[in-house]
Write a protein that binds this ligand. Sequence first.
Ligand SMILES: *Cc1c(COP(=O)(O)O)cnc(C)c1O
Length: 378
Amino acid sequence: MGLFKKSASSQSSSGGITMIPAAKPIIGDEERAAVDRVLRSGMLAQGPEVKAFEEEFSQHVEGRHCVAVNSGTSALHLGFIAAGIKAGDEVIVPSFSFAATANSVALAGGTPVFADIDPKTFNMDPAHVESLITPRTKAIMPVHLYGHIAAMDQFEAICKKHNLILIEDSAQAHLATLNGRPTGAWGSVASFSFYPTKNMTAGEGGMVTTDSADIARMLRLLRNQGQEVIYQNEVVGFNNRMTDIHAAIGRVQLRKLPGWTATRQNNAEFLSANLKNVVTPFVAPGTTHAYHQYTIRIEGEDAAKRDRFMAQIRERGVGCGVYYPTPIHRLPSFKLQLDLPETEKVIKECVSLPVHPSLSKADLEKIVTVVNDVAAKL
Ligand SMILES: *Cc1c(COP(=O)(O)O)cnc(C)c1O
C-alpha cells in the first residue's frame, strides 16, 4: 500500500496480511484546516486557541478550571506540585498502569505507594488503598484504566475520612461517568492526555482540571516559567505550555469526541454480545465506559497461553496489545518487591482488542470470528 493512499477501511497491510490495527488516530480535513489557520496567523505559541480549548474542555468537566499543557505527563506532574505534594509525601497509585502515573509522583518529589486492583474493573481496589494509608499519605490517585471510571464515590469517602487529597489520572477516560458525573470533575485535580492513541488527540498535549481557583492559578504559573506577567517570575516554573497549533487540533477533536465515544461503546457492545470463551470487560453499575481499550482476559494466569492467543489472532489479521506487560513497581525505574496478587494475575491474562471508532461492521465481525476460533482451540 502506498504511503499516501487514502483508504476508507481501518485496515493496513504488512507482509501480506491485512491487519486491523489495535489503535488508530482519526485526522480529517477539519484538523488540517485548523492547523493551517494557526500557521497562517503567524502566532504559533500558547495564545487564543489554547484559551478557547480550555473553555470548551471545561464544558465536559462540570465547568471546572482547565489548564492546557504539553502532555498528559506534564498535566500529572504540575497537578501534583500545584496540589502541594512534596518530598516525604506518599501518594497511593495503582501499579497496573502506564509508568507516567507513578513517574509524575516521583518527579514532584513524592513517593508513589502501589495498591492492588479489582480484577473485574482493572482499577484500584478501595479496600486495599485504605489499608496502605500511613501518617505520611497525602493523596490518592486512581487511574480510570482503559476508560472505566474508578470507584470515585468510595475514594471520595476515603479521602474525606482520612483528610487526603483526591487526584485523578484521567488520561484514558475522557467523558466516562459514574452516577452521571464525569471524570475530571471528582478530584481536587485531574489530568487528561491528548497523545495520538488516546480517545482524542492534539498531536501531544494534556489538560489539568481543578475546582480550585488557587490551584488553577498555580498551574498557569508552573507551565509558564512561574510568570503571569512577563519577566515577573513568581515561582520556579517550567515551560510546559501547549502551542496554539496543538490546541487547534484538540478543539476539532473535542467536538468529535462525544460521537466517537458513542461509537466505541457500540463497538464494545457488539464484541461483548458475541465473544465467547474469553472474559469480556465488566461495566460497573452506574458507570458509562469510554472504552479507550477493550480489554479481555484469557483465564488461567498463564502468560504463555495469552501470548499464544495474541500471536494467533495477529496471524489472522486482528491487531492487539498488552497494556501493560510489567507492573510499574517491578520496572527497573522502581524495582520494588511488593505483594500485589491481583495485579500479577491480570498482567498474565489481559489482551486489548481493537475498539476504535474507525472499525467497520466487517472489521467487528472478523474480530469476533477470529477471537472465538482461536479461543476455542487454545
Ligand atoms: C497516556 C497516559 C499518561 C501520559 O500521557 P502522555 O500524554 O503520554 O504524557 C498518563 N497516564 C496514563 C494512564 C496514560 O495512559
